[in-house]
Design a protein around this ligand. Structure first.
Ligand code: 5GP
Ligand code: MN
Ligand code: MN
Length: 320
C-alpha cells in the first residue's frame, strides 16, 4: 500500500493526539502544526498542540483559537505527531521522555532524518511539512478551506521563500492554487505576515547589514548579531529572522553565513545558491537542514565561530 494511504488510515483509526513541531518554530513548524490541529479537529479527533518555545512575537497575528501548550499536558495523549523535526532533539527537552514511550508519527522533509518515529513519513522533496499535511488532508477528503488552507499556505510560503526557492515544485504551486481557489486572498495574507516588525528592528538590521563582510574571494558573505547590539537597539534574537536570506542578494556570493550570540554559544544559519550544499556543513557541527538552508549551534565564542564557519564553508565551496 502506498505510504500516504497507510498514514491516512492510521490517523483515521487513532485518537487523542498531541501535535508538536521544532523549538523556535518557523512558518512551516507553526503552519503545519496548526493545520494538523484543524485537520484532526475536522475528523472529530481529540487534539492538543504543543511547542516548548511557544509562539514567537512575529507570529502573534495568527492568534490561534486553540492554545499552544508550552508545558506537557497532565492528561497524557496516546499519539504524538512530530512535525518539521529533522531529528528528535529538535522537538525540545520536555517532550523527550514521551518520544520514547508513545506512538510517534514523524512527519518531516529534512535530509538525513533518522526515522525516530514509530511511523515515519519523510518526504525530502516536499517543500514543507505543511505541504505534506495538505496532501494528507486531501487523502482524508478534507478540503483546504478556511483556517486549514491559511495554515498550509503559511507553511508553503515560509519554506519556499514565497515560492522562489528550488523546493517549489509544480505540486507546491498546485496546492497553493487550490487554496486560492477555495478563497484565500494572498495580498492581505502576505501583508499580515510581513508587517510585524518595529523601527528598532529595522535599524538593528540596518546596522548588521552595514557590517556585512565578504570572504573567499567574494563567494561568502557573513553577518553577525551580538548581544551588545541587541542591548543597544532594544531588540532580541527573534528580530534576526530571515536577514541571512537578504545577504545572497550580493552578486557572486554563493553562501551566506549568519552568526548570532546565544546564552550558550553561537547559533549559525547558512544559505546557499544553486548546487552548493550547506546541509553537509551544518551536519558536521551537529546541526542540519536542507541543501540550500541549514543551521545549528557552535559552542564557541563569536571570533572562533567566524573562523570555523568561514573555513568549513570555504572547504565545501572547493568541493562543489
Ligand atoms: P534557520 O537557519 O532558519 O534557523 O534554519 C534553516 C534550516 O536549518 C531549517 O530547515 C532548520 O530546520 C535547520 N536547522 C536550523 N537549526 C538547526 C539545528 O540546530 N539543528 C538541526 N538539525 N537543524 C537545524
Ligand atoms: Mn522549520
Ligand atoms: Mn520545514
Amino acid at each position: 500500500m502506498p505510504l500516504l494511504k497507510q498514514i491516512a488510515e492510521q490517523i483515521r483509526d487513532a485518537d487523542n493526539f498531541l501535535v508538536l513541531a521544532h523549538v523556535s518554530p518557523d512558518g512551516d513548524a507553526l503552519g503545519s502544526m496548526l493545520a494538523m490541529g484543524e485537520l484532526l479537529d475536522t475528523l472529530g479527533k481529540k487534539v492538543r498542540l504543543f511547542n516548548e518555545s511557544g509562539i514567537p512575537r512575529r507570529f502573534e497575528w495568527l492568534a490561534p483559537k486553540r492554545e499552544i501548550l508550552t508545558q506537557l499536558p497532565e492528561e497524557e495523549p496516546d499519539n504524538l505527531i512530530v512535525l518539521d523535526c529533522g531529528s528528535a532533539e529538535r522537538a525540545g527537552d520536555l517532550i523527550a521522555p514521551w518520544l520514547k514511550t508513545k506512538k510517534v508519527f514523524n512527519f518531516d522533509h529534512h535530509l538525513g532524518n533518522p526515522m525516530f518515529g514509530t511511523v515515519n513519513w519523510v518526504e525530502q522533496r516536499a517543500s514543507s511539512v505543511g505541504e505534506m499535511v495538505g496532501m494528507l488532508a486531501r487523502k482524508l477528503g478534507v478540503p483546504l478551506v478556511g483556517l486549514l488552507g491559511e495554515y498550509v499556505y503559511l507553511a508553503l510560503i515560509s519554506d519556499t521563500g514565497d515560492f522562489c526557492f528550488n523546493n517549489t515544485r509544480p505540486e507546491t504551486l498546485e496546492m497553493a492554487a487550490e487554496i486560492l481557489r477555495l478563497g484565500l486572498l494572498p495580498g492581505p495574507f502576505h501583508e499580515q505576515k510581513q508587517s510585524t516588525g518595529t523601527l528598532n528592528q529595522l535599524q538593528m538590521r540596518g546596522t548588521v547589514l552595514q557590517r556585512a563582510r565578504l570572504y573567499a574571494d567574494g563567494r561568502i558573505c557573513l553577518i553577525s548579531f551580538t548581544r551588545e547590539l541587541f542591548e543597544q537597539t532594544g531588540t532580541g534574537p527573534e528580530d534576526t529572522e530571515g536577514l541571512v536570506n537578504t545577504v545572497l542578494y550580493v552578486s557572486g556570493v554563493q553562501v551566506a553565513i549568519s552568526l548570532r550570540e546565544e546564552d550558550q554559544g553561537i547559533k549559525f544559519s547558512l544559505r546557499s545558491k544553486g548546487s552548493t550544499n550547506v546541509q553537509t556543513v551544518a551536519f558536521r557541527f551537529g546541526g542540519g537542514g536542507h541543501r540550500n538552508a541549514a543551521g545549528g549551534t557552535l559552542l564557541l565564542d563569536m571570533d572562533q565561530a567566524k573562523t570555523t564557519m568561514i573555513q568549513a564553508v570555504t572547504e565545501e565551496l572547493a568541493n562543489s
